[in-house]
Write a protein that binds this ligand. Structure first.
Ligand code: FE2
Length: 324
């Protein structure tokens, strides 16, 4: 089945096309985040300006024509309302014009499922880490949905990293830059919060910002990363012992961080289980992940009337029933 997926929940307007589980194209246009962070209406304006050209680019790169498309998926949520609306309306317009079915997809579910699909995982323990979310999950086959075993009490780890980068005045205030600058820093003791399989980052963030008068940016970034990731790893290890899964994967924007992957790899080795993460292209927000989930759902016969295809800003991953 030939399916197009549209992702627009935050700074990326992404359009992916898949056929029978194979990604044919994955085009994107990204809003440039300034040190003010993301202003939803400005990001939505970026998406409006770039929607048509990104859709066309994806179709061109896939080497298909619009008429061949058989289904459309779009991100229903969670995300920024005005941004989600641009993706929703673009997807509706395509579905009406081409007279093909439309499905709303949960963003977190798409991050997890593209990782499982690409890495051929069967039933992993999932660590989903991004700007908006940080969760430990497993799939419940009876209920056909993910269950959250542990999650952040306050903010996503990616949001904490971006916030710290902005507060420390980094020129490029995002995760990859933090990872680069944090290399070879010295460890400073920072507050550490894990409760069972839950964790928190606000105290750590406030403390790290306050250290700027006394310590170098490099040492602060290094220590922040080590502490935040150690929290995630402690909770992950606890979840592994509880669930006894033989596969562990990490997904979402922060999954691109090599230090986190290194720490998770050593946990997997210690427990003699498989660890997987997929390519960066599919861990950052992208349209292909939406198309992959939509195709699986279409093939299971799932349909939604176009008029009822809505957006939901606070759409938790454990609310999304998945038959794919
Ligand atoms: Fe995401």
């Amino acid at each position: 089945m030939l399916v197009i997926g549209i992702e627009s929940s935050a700074h990326t307007f992404g359009v992916g096309i898949v056929k029978d589980g194979k990604v044919l194209s994955n085009a994107k246009s990204m809003y440039k985040i300034t040190n003010k962070g993301m202003i939803p209406i400005e990001v939505a304006e970026h998406h409006i300006e770039n929607a048509a050209s990104t859709i066309k680019k994806a179709v061109l790169e896939a080497g298909i024509s619009f008429k061949e498309l058989e289904g459309v998926g779009y991100t229903m949520g969670p995300g920024l309302g005005p941004c989600l609306q641009v993706g929703q309306l673009s997807a509706k317009a395509l579905a009406y014009k081409l007279n093909i079915p439309l499905l709303p997809i949960n963003h977190g579910l798409a991050h997890i499922e593209i990782t499982k699909h690409m890495e051929r995982l069967k039933d992993p323990l999932v660590l989903y880490v991004s700007g908006g979310n940080s969760q430990l999950l497993v799939f419940n086959k009876e209920e056909r949905r993910y269950i959250i075993l542990g999650e952040t009490f306050d903010m996503g780890v990616g949001n904490a990293i971006d916030n710290l980068a902005r507060k420390l005045g980094l020129e490029h205030a995002w995760g990859s830059e933090v990872e680069k600058l944090a290399k070879d820093g010295k460890y400073i003791k920072m507050p550490y919060t894990v409760k069972g399989m839950d964790f928190a980052f606000t105290g750590l963030l406030t403390n790290a910002i306050g250290m700027l008068k006394k310590y170098s940016v490099k040492d602060i970034l290094f220590s922040f990363q080590e502490t935040a990731f150690a929290q995630l790893c402690e909770a992950t290890e606890r979840a592994l012992l509880l669930t006894k899964k033989s596969e562990l994967c990490v997904c979402g924007g922060v999954a691109q961080n090599n230090r986190l992957a290194e720490m998770l790899t050593s946990i997997a080795e210690e427990h003699n289980i498989r660890f997987a993460r997929t390519k960066n292209e599919f861990n950052s927000d992208n349209g292909a992940m939406i198309a992959i989930v939509a195709e699986k759902e279409f093939l299971k016969g799932k349909r939604c009337s176009i008029k009822r295809c809505d957006i939901k800003q606070r759409y938790r991953v454990d609310e999304a029933v998945f038959y794919g």
